[in-house]
Design a protein around this ligand. Structure first.
Ligand code: EPZ
Length: 428
């Protein structure tokens, strides 16, 4: 398969406005949850992302009827769902495929999902998901690389589940499993991400009985079945934050639209600490660096509402060109550092000490040939290309299409000189 390569000409500065798309990490669990609904449901304004395509492919293979309209609203009807299996190729491609486990168990009392392998950002097991299903009456077996979950009683039973550590998709999987279970399920130490709230909102729209989403204790009272309904997904806070960080790093200015500023509170505070002038409206944020170099700011990644790990790579590049020294402590994933060695190729003064990234800011970088390794590292390298003198070549750039809709179009409109090319893979 040809490799996709992105060419970024630097230095360049972000200036202008951008419309933020709907949240990948909200849409994926919502799409998975439609497995539980024996009626048509409609999800509006679904962004064109590789991960969305992967999830729709998986649901289609399971027998969900999927209809995509011109305006990118998607109707899904799982009435005639016939295959309770998520195959290896799709799960390896996208770890979030494991989100069909809870819905399948909840509706059918059976699920077979390939074990999600590790990925570029760490081992990422699903032991907490599986322990929760066991507490609800499921038996878990492993067969030929698949997790086989079965509930002999036919219907899961509500249970009290205390998560050992905060897990976003773990919270979502268990919340979905509880929707059609018998009785009450309480999930303690639950993830508080806005995407968890959005999933609960959608499920309650189609007849579920969920309280407390967004707090650390979620209560689900099981119901008999779900009805049809439609949903507008919330904005993608990670896409939004990525554009804000890019504007700050390039000493530019940007207005991001169709957002909820309060959801970005912690990031906005850190950007102000870095010297950004920020003002907010009902559904927009304006950031202006007034051509000033950002100041380096230390951060520590935390579960929401703390500083998101999904901003860590992007913040690394901001600190790498900022004034001063700073550290970034990655507390969520055990290996979310693949971008560090790529930034070193661009002459960044950056090093890794355990789970901490240390930087000494330089006013600019040097263009180089680098490799994208995962979704957020790709975004970090694109920003790095804007900050380097010369043309940076970013290989394996398809990672970025998993979570950033129309990124070239949006960046070019913001004044960035970049373009993509297919390059044949060297034949041996
Ligand atoms: C979600 O991943 C997001 N993905 C990630 O976004 C995000 O970085 C992460 O949450 C933040 O915590 C989606 O929502 C689709 P976790 P998830 O379970 O749920 C460990 C992006 O860039 N853990 O919250 O997979 C795990 O290894 C992606 O959009 C267990 O040990 O992450 C990690 O160290 C990347 N056992 C930590 O917990 C488990 O059973 C938090 O992981 C589950 C998790």
């Amino acid at each position: 398969m040809d490799k996709e390569v992105l060419y970024v000409k630097g230095p360049s500065k972000i200036a202008g406005e951008v419309e933020i798309s709907k949240a990948k990490n909200a849409i994926l669990p919502i799409l998975a949850s439609t497995v539980m609904v024996k009626n048509p449901v409609v999800i509006n304004q679904v962004p064109a992302l590789l991960d969305v395509t992967s999830m729709l492919t998986l649901l289609g293979q399971m027998g969900v009827d999927v209809t995509v309209s011109q305006d990118m609203s998607i109707e899904l009807d799982a009435t005639k769902l016939f295959r309770l299996k998520a195959p290896t190729d799709l799960v390896q491609e996208m770890r979030a495929s494991c989100l069909v486990l809870g819905p399948m168990l909840s509706r059918f009392g059976y699920a077979e999902v390939a074990m999600p392998g590790g990925c570029a950002i760490g081992t990422r097991p699903i032991d907490m998901h599986l322990d929760g299903f066991r507490k609800m009456g499921a038996t878990i077996k492993y067969r030929n690389g698949y997790v086989v979950a079965r509930c002999r009683a036919g219907r899961l039973k509500g249970a009290d589940i205390k998560l050992q550590q905060v897990t976003v998709t773990g919270t979502e999987n268990l919340m979905m499993a509880a929707v059609l279970a018998e009785g009450r399920t309480t999930i303690m130490n639950a993830a508080k991400e806005p995407e968890v709230i959005d999933l609960a909102l959608f499920l309650n729209t189609v007849g579920a009985n969920i309280h407390g989403a967004g707090t650390d204790t979620i209560i689900v009272d099981g119901v008999e079945q779900l009805s049809s309904g439609s949903h507008h997904v919330l904005f993608d806070r990670i896409e939004a934050g990525t554009y804000l960080i890019a504007a700050a790093a390039t000493r530019g200015s940007i207005k991001i639209k169709h957002v909820v500023p309060s959801v970005l509170r912690v990031l906005l505070e850190k950007l102000e600490e870095a010297g950004a002038n920020i003002c907010t409206g009902p559904d927009w944020v304006l950031l202006d660096m007034q051509n000033q170099r950002p100041k380096a700011v230390s951060v520590e990644t935390m579960p929401y509402p703390g500083f998101s790990t999904d901003f860590q790579a992007q913040w690394s590049i901001l600190n790498a060109v900022a004034d001063g020294e700073a550290t970034i402590a990655e507390q969520i994933f055990d290996n979310r550092f693949m971008h560090v060695k790529e930034l070193k190729k661009m002459a960044a003064n950056i090093k890794l000490d355990g789970n901490t990234i240390m930087t000494k800011g330089r006013s600019h970088l040097t263009a180089a040939e680098v490799y994208a390794t995962d979704l957020r590292a790709s975004a970090c390298l694109i920003i790095a290309g804007m900050l380097a003198h010369g043309t940076t070549i970013i290989r394996d750039i398809r990672h970025v299409d998993r979570g950033y809709e129309l990124i070239e179009e949006k960046m070019v409109r913001l004044g960035v000189d970049l373009y993509r090319k297919q390059e044949p893979v060297e034949s041996f």
